[in-house]
Ligand binder design. Structure first.
Ligand SMILES: NC(=O)C1=CN([C@@H]2O[C@H](COP(=O)(O)OP(=O)(O)OC[C@H]3O[C@@H](n4cnc5c(N)ncnc54)[C@H](O)[C@@H]3O)[C@@H](O)[C@H]2O)C=CC1
Ligand SMILES: O=C([O-])C1=[NH+]CCC1
Length: 308
């Protein structure tokens, strides 16, 4: 391990854009659903003392010569440091030699939002105008940025638990700070739930017919962000069936039927949205291959910027 490289968060930030990442995440989701990826559902250790979690996320995609694992911690109670921290270790798939460690904090923030952008592109009605963000943290910001790469919203609404954060994000995005989740969601075309809530924050009766929801939080089997009645009434798409049935309290506790993986929609194996009035919901949990292909993209972008 004489030549192990490290790529820092600021190096990632300097080269990674949503314009390059969104197509890469479309490829990751398609490859995953086309069984081109070897990837178990992640292992997660609860760290009871601090209310945190530690996850191991390995994946292999021989087609892309990618063998990597993300190590991610999720400490929702953190105050002065980020709640999500990660590194992505990349190995040479031909000989198993470790080559690069990439900081995973920025990648986690950006790839999750890029994946939601892909799901939205395939499932949402045309020309969405109103975006509602439930949550005002890292993912709320990155979801705004990723979705704004694809759409020009006329109205951005923000709701969250902490008023000061909601006010500051709303003013940064030129949006409206909402007092209640209902105010934010009523009439919204695209709804993003990005909170650390463990109980439902989004109710069925608030959601307009034809809306699309990206449900990104609640990654534990006993956690929920979405009203179970809403879960049972939507056309439900997931990143991974296995992960959804193992990790998602929203899916497991509501017993909602999964229509398809988004990758199957991308591959044309499922038609996606069937009517303009149905509500589509993408339940995102986060896949190791998203991290591996994001890290590979960062390495490729850095080496082309160094050689130019
Ligand atoms: N699906 C995926 O691939 C990924 C999912 N996530 C999940 O997305 C969610 C947001 O992550 P970040 O923005 O990075 O975290 P963050 O810590 O930056 O923000 C969390 C937000 O949730 C709010 N919140 C916490 N408890 C709440 C409650 N009971 N009701 C309403 N709001 C509440 C906080 O005030 C804050 O606005 C988390 O659940 C996280 O685990 C994060 C990374 C990847
Ligand atoms: O995929 C990921 O990195 C995570 N999903 C939920 C918490 C972190």
């Amino acid at each position: 391990m004489e030549h192990m490289k490290f790529i820092s968060a600021s190096q990632v930030k300097n080269v990674l854009t949503f314009e390059s990442l969104i197509p890469q995440m479309e490829k990751a989701l398609a490859k995953f659903s086309d069984k081109k990826v070897v990837q178990p559902v992640r292992s997660v250790i609860p760290v009871k003392e601090s209310g945190g979690f530690f996850g191991l996320m390995p994946s292999l995609c021989s087609e892309d010569n990618v063998l990597a694992t993300k190590l991610v911690s999720f400490y929702p109670n953190n105050k002065d440091v980020p709640t999500h921290n990660a590194v992505i270790a990349m190995f040479n798939a031909s000989n198993g030699v470790p080559e690069v460690i990439v900081d995973g904090e920025v990648i986690t923030a950006m790839r999750t939002a890029a994946v939601s952008a892909v799901a939205t592109k395939f499932l949402c009605n045309k020309n969405p105008k109103v975006l509602a963000l439930l949550g005002s943290g890292v993912q709320a910001r990155s979801h705004y940025q990723a979705l704004s790469t694809l759409y020009t919203f006329e109205e951005i609404r923000v709701w969250g638990r902490t008023k000061a954060n909601v006010d500051s994000l709303a003013s940064e995005l030129n949006g409206t700070a909402c007092h209640t989740a209902e105010d934010a969601v009523k009439g919204a075309d695209v709804i993003v739930t990005v909170t650390s809530s463990t109980v439902p924050i989004l109710k069925k009766e608030w959601v307009k017919p034809g809306a699309h929801i990206n449900a990104v939080g609640a990654c534990r089997p006993d956690w929920q962000e979405i009203d179970p009645e809403l879960m049972r009434s939507v056309s439900l798409f997931v990143d991974s069936r296995d992960a959804a049935l193992t990790e998602s309290g929203d899916v497991i506790l509501s017993k909602a039927d999964i229509e398809a993986e988004v990758g199957e929609v991308i591959l044309g194996k499922n038609g996606g949205r069937k009517t303009a009035t149905e509500v589509t919901l993408f339940k995102s949990l986060g896949l190791a291959i998203e991290d591996a292909l994001s890290a590979k993209l960062v390495c490729d972008l850095l080496s082309s910027s160094n050689s130019s």
